[in-house]
Design a binder for this molecule. Structure first.
Ligand code: SF4
Length: 239
């Protein structure tokens, strides 16, 4: 597996935040279209070639000091709750690099009645305490199209997500080779349900990518998701 240095030094009671925004809509997966507040945490343990969130982890291209701030869990919770959405999406970067503080945050959000989704690349096993608090892990294992080498999959972590009972598996897919990889992973790990999504950063690419994927998804009994935020606002940050 290709890993970048995971530089996120966890500090008890604090989260390393990249951006917090909303209300907007969850753009992808089972909850697409639902009003949501978003927390994007800083740093990632992968470096995908097509990553559209490089500002959260790529400190060679982006100014780390300008893009990150260390904020108490209580403050982050208050800011998310103030956005007044039923759903809070915790994304990254890779949020599970900060699993302890994310669990503390989820505790506060659940106590306030929020549903929580955690978006993860599936390479870090989820803590059971966090699993108990959240609605769903949106797990996005990376295929060869991410440019991470031939096996960007962590078997133990992926198995842990399957057994959590709270994971859906969402793949960025383009062509036939991607479909074959997804089918092989599904067979090997018992992934269910599977969602596929186009690699797209413009409305035109979303539509053409979905048209390319539609028949393949139906053949394999996979779900197909749009990228609603791209359709609505293009590649604009904070939407
Ligand atoms: S795992 Fe996600 S955030 Fe990390 S580099 Fe890949 S696409 Fe970007």
């Amino acid at each position: 597996m290709t890993l970048t240095l995971a530089t996120t030094a966890q500090q008890a009671g604090y989260l390393l935040v990249n951006e917090l925004f909303g209300p907007t809509f969850q753009g992808e997966g089972p909850s697409a279209g639902q009003r949501a507040a978003f927390l994007r945490l800083a740093d990632c343990n992968l470096a995908c070639a097509w990553c559209d969130s490089r500002h959260s982890w790529d400190w060679r291209r982006h100014d780390q000091a300008a893009e990150t701030r260390r904020v108490t869990v209580e403050t982050v919770a208050a800011q998310l709750l103030a956005l007044g959405t039923d759903l809070v999406v915790i994304t990254g970067g890779e949020p599970l690099l900060q699993a302890e503080a994310v669990t503390d945050l989820a505790t506060l959000l659940r106590a306030a009645g929020r549903c929580i989704e955690v978006e993860t690349n599936g390479t870090i096993p989820p803590p059971s305490q966090l699993t108990d608090l959240i609605e769903r892990y949106n797990v996005s294992p990376k295929l060869r199209n991410a440019g991470l080498g031939s096996r960007p999959i962590d078997a133990a972590a992926l198995t842990a997500f399957v057994t959590s009972g709270k994971a859906v598996f969402k793949f960025v897919a383009c062509g036939a080779d991607d479909a074959a990889q997804i089918a092989a992973l599904q067979d090997a790990y018992g992934l269910h349900p599977v969602w596929v999504m186009p690699q797209a950063t413009s409305p035109e690419e979303v539509v053409s990518g979905m048209r390319q994927l539609a028949d393949t998804a139906l053949e394999h009994s996979w779900n197909l998701t749009s990228r609603l935020h791209i359709l609505l606002w293009g590649d604009q940050r904070g939407r």
